[in-house]
Design a protein around this ligand. Structure first.
Ligand code: FMN
Length: 197
């Protein structure tokens, strides 16, 4: 398992001094934000996966793809099954994931929006591990609406308020217009974890 940290690894003494001289945040305090982070996501058509991988690469976080067992979710029938399950609040059957979320200080959970709801494989993951998340943050990708309802569902299932939430429109993801907002999401998590330290 990779040693996932929210910010960069411990800097050399030279870099540490240079940084301390140029930053308002004392290095000792900043170290407390070096959380062990897991990004867990489900993606049917690749958008949420793209965002999860960009986030993981910016953080140096571990990543876990949630995979369900059952007929493929492709084509019209697959779409309708996703939609129906989301509408009913069904829990998909999922494969065991690689990482134990309770070993992480922060788990960032990502889902596509299906019918103004979270995806059924993500519902399964969260229900399975609820009570074992130390802290959580949420992100979703969508066609245009439903994110607030999805975040409320995730918060209720996790039984805790997230450090931060981040919704991205699939169009912005395609053009790269989300990148500045992604960086702000990361910065807000860093600030929130610093406050909580
Ligand atoms: C079954 C289904 C229902 C969807 N419902 C919504 C919706 O309610 N609101 C919305 O903005 N987008 C909706 N979408 C669009 C997806 O949220 C969007 O394309 C998302 O980025 C897909 O993520 P993925 O590529 O990781 O699977 C829906 C997509 C599917 C397949």
């Amino acid at each position: 398992m990779a040693n996932a940290r929210l910010t960069c690894r411990a800097p050399s003494e030279k870099k540490r001094r240079a940084h301390q001289a140029s930053s308002d945040v004392p290095v000792e305090l900043e170290r407390k934000t070096q959380m062990k982070v897991l990004i867990a996501f489900y993606s049917r058509s690749g958008h949420t996966e793209q965002l999860a991988r960009e986030m993981a690469s910016l953080y140096g976080a571990d990543i876990d793809r949630i995979q369900d067992i059952g007929p493929p979710r492709t084509g019209l029938l697959g779409y309708m099954r996703c939609s129906w399950q989301a509408m009913r609040g069904s829990v998909a059957t999922i494969r065991p994931t690689l990482h134990d979320p309770s070993a992480y200080e922060l788990v960032i959970i990502g889902t596509p929006v299906w019918n103004w709801s979270l995806a059924s494989p993500v519902r399964a993951y969260v229900q399975l591990h609820s009570g074992h998340f130390r802290r959580v943050a949420f992100f979703c990708t969508e066609g245009g609406s439903g994110d607030q309802r999805v975040f409320a569902q995730l918060e209720s299932l996790c039984n805790q308020a997230p450090l931060e939430k981040f919704a991205v429109n699939a169009r912005d993801l395609a053009t790269g217009a989300h990148k500045a907002a992604l960086q702000r999401f990361i910065d807000r998590i860093n600030s929130a974890s610093l406050r909580a330290a």
